[in-house]
Design a binder for this molecule. Sequence first.
Ligand code: BG6
Length: 520
Amino acid sequence: MPPAEKLDDDPDGASPLISVPAVAKPADTERHAPPVALVIFGASGDLTARKILPSLAHLIERAALPEEFTVVGVARTELDDAGFQQLALDSVPGHSESWEKAVSRFRYVTGEYDDLSTFSTLTTVLDDVDHECGTRGNRLFYLATIPSKFAEVAEQLAAIGLNRPGPGGEFARLVIEKPFGRDLSTALTLNRALHACFPESEIYRIDHYLGKETVQNVLALRFANAIFEPVWNRRYVDHIQVTVAESIGVEHRGGFYETAGALRDIVQNHVMQVIGLVLMEPPAQVDGQSIRDEKVKLLRSIVIPDPADAESSSVRGQYEQGWVEGQQVAGYRGEEGVDPASATETYVALKLSVDNWRWAGVPVYVRTGKRLARRVTEVALQFRKVPHLAFADRLARELTPNFFVLKVQPEEGVSIRFGAKVPGQAFQVKTVSMDFSYHDAFPGETPDAYERLILDAMVGDPTLFIRADEVAQSWSIVDPILAAWSDEYATPVATYPAGTWGPTEADLLIQRDQRRWLVL
Ligand code: BG6
């Protein structure tokens, strides 16, 4: 017998189950933003300090932003340039000299968004920075305000002509945070308002889940490998489970959360986007148009439930007091800013059907909630059982069906579970798992989702942003569920103790189909 061939990426002949050479991360270091002024509306707010400024600091440290870059903060809070610069320094503990240098050029405009003079001051400041910092008329307007201000800010920008690049510039672009509408009709109204001011090609709607490396890895896994795609369909997959579990509660966002709930906060956007990538058809190319065309096509195949189905295929829950990670925590109704009689859901479980050639008959079960036992986001494809199990039952007692699990967070990687023989005389079979860990394969820090997305918006790559038709389609799926829940005869919101995996009603939802939630 000839000696076994050595695999190329198995240089020392060791044969771990998966051998991935540790390599330096290529990616973003090769992408550079053009000269640009980033205008942040809501500059004194939480998102700016928590996400936007630290991401900019990282981008600067990684030399992904040019010298010809600056930030202009706009907000109602009274601050001057020096005050905003201090805020920018304080938001990045342990910052570098390069961040200090960049921050020293940051500018700030105090003003109301309904006052055109705020925008004329902004125009003057932008002209100044074009001269002082060389930003060359390129503008990226980041709307980190409360959502009710999105349309107003866009309208004011257009009224003063800031919806066009400045002198010699190439782009004037809008980045919009979630939530994008609170149902289909408000989302369509917002889209219309924005389209009256900016072309769709310059509107970048953020869903930070798309900035997560592991979510993007879905594309690599599915379309850069030959081994997964053949089994990625109804012939082999029994069902799919999507879990977005959080151990945190609503924190200081009780007031906001009361107007949202888990369906709007997580399912309409993050879950739908993940489902889109995992279930869509192969795109013609990996670019903004092809990927988003395929996602929207997939979303269109998700069955829009009628009112009766919407009720029976969904469960909503709300946490009561309990214990999370050793800490006693309050119930949702006891949280600051929450109505003591609130019916807002902090948990949702859904069964979705996808009516297309690839996925017909393969249910997609979704669960998401706050104050669950632990933080974990993953997508699991459970494969069909083998047609005939030739082993005696008692020898295959510990055998479960095959799974493909895409781990989004906190562990990042992929796990494939399959049966293996237990060493010994008997032919006993047990489930084992083959794990790929992002951190082991690619040591080093994974960039924050915002870092990736802000750079993409500057570069002008819309692939990881949500297009108008995707937003509308996701709301079309979610709207009937919201309507069913608001019916006066609807099943009231179920409850679950904080620190558990959700209400028992959610277990019944999946058990009805002789299936069960994966143990996480
Ligand atoms: C946000 C939601 O979009 O996503 C929050 O508004 C939620 O309620 C957060 O906590 C979860 O994001 P991540 O990245 O921690 O999974």
